[in-house]
Design a protein. Sequence first.
Length: 180
Amino acid sequence: MEESTSNSIFDLENPAMKNGILAGIGGAVLMMLCYLVSDKLVFTLGGWAGGILTIVLMVVAVKQYKKMIDFLDFGEGLKMSFLTYVVSSLIGSIFYYVLVNYIDPGLIEVQREISIKTTESFERFMSEEDFEQALENVENQNWNWTLGKALLNYAFSLIFGFIVALIISAVMKDRKPVQV
């Protein structure tokens, strides 16, 4: 049995596209809800919740695709799960860019403060000189969220997404039947 979907991976009936859009919008909604409760939650619970939702929907996309075909090889599973991540992460990156540049530019200062407190929590594990240097680096960092930084962050996030997609594909692929 061949694929019963359209030839385009960008078709909205494609499980990867559909679940990627759901994950991206769902992650943005979760982040906005966190923001409405407390701006600090955007950088803690908001990111984790969106990430977990994305991973769950990567698995769902592969399961849905698997029902449409006879045999799911590693490459097809990788393509489905990674495309789900690519779409979700793109939507999330656009949302975050709009959030910190247009909705509430003050969030950048909140992120900076959280980073300083996190660095301070590691003081006991560092020499005094290393701690002072780390704290100075965080305090002097340019925290403006430019389009370039957003694109670079998106690109680096794809590395993480690819690793997760590799794991999902390895676990969910069909085993080749042994021919007797």
